[in-house]
Design a protein around this ligand. Sequence first.
Ligand code: COI
Length: 358
Amino acid sequence: METISTLYIPVNRAYHSRISEVDWDNLDFGKYTTDHMLICDYADHGWQAPQIIPFGNFSLSPTTLALHYGQTIFEGLKAFRMEDGSINIFRPQKNYDRMLLSAERLCMPMVSMELFLEGLRRLVELEKDWVPGQKDSSLYLRPFIIATETKLRVKVSDNYRFAIVASPTGAYYQQPVRVKVETDFVRAAHGGTGYAKCGGNYGASFYPAQRAKEQGYDQVLWTDGRENKYIEESGTMNVFFLLGDQLVTPPLSDSILDGVTRDSLIALADREGIKVAERPVSVEELEHALESKTLHEAFGAGTAAVISPISVIGIRGKDYMLPGEGLRPGIGSRLKEVLEKIRCGREADVFSWNFIVK
Ligand code: COI
């Protein structure tokens, strides 16, 4: 995908680079941040001039609205090193569209598509040496907006900051994931903010996730807020199940995040001739499929998590082990490989997903 922009973004370069501090073999998610970040403030009903400056702390008043009432939204996307040495940001327009929805739900102004894309491009161009080349690694990009008006009154903020920070990263989960089907707590209710990528959704999920961890799981598998009957998504990713010969994922709703990886996998599975369906999956169906061994594979899909195989599903105190991939790679691995090939330029980008930086 090609775009031409005349947007000027001044760069104030860092005096010293911290790149030599990186342990490239242990890229723990979010541990390292690159030398620069983009910032742009909203004041007087408009976005001011963006700039790229050395990565550093924000100075915030203790009464900054975001700190109290959670008016914050974010995105997660990745830049990959391509075979020919160029750098590719994967599907940033899709992240833009989702952030627009999040902004609307949280009553926040959204930056222009031009600022979003050009900001990402300029930052990644500047930080090109920070884009790792080894398998399963990339430069994770985190655009976000926070409410910056200083006032304790409960109100929609008049001021905001948009920022993009970047972090070289490896695999989010090192091992197949053990998930617990959560039927006591909910992540999102109908009419709530489940489809938005807002900070509050994550903060509110920590307590059930922490309890699940204490019980030996890595994550929860959320069920719907009305009846706790249907599977929705996992804490950091959407979910897919290979039920019989069909790859099934819960349909989007206002309580499920419209994952970019989810969307990409549906398109790829379809192209690969894999039967794929977006339909409700009840806990009962899952339990039955586990008992009758017709659930052959389950995996999570997300920008950070990419495709993470699920090894155990806990339902109401009973743990079901999934068979694993055995001798032949499963559908999750197959789709992951195709996705990686497209992102790194080893296979044609037939869907025009790649946004080439250099
Ligand atoms: C992502 O996959 O980008 C996410 O935002 C999930 C999590 C790391 C917050």
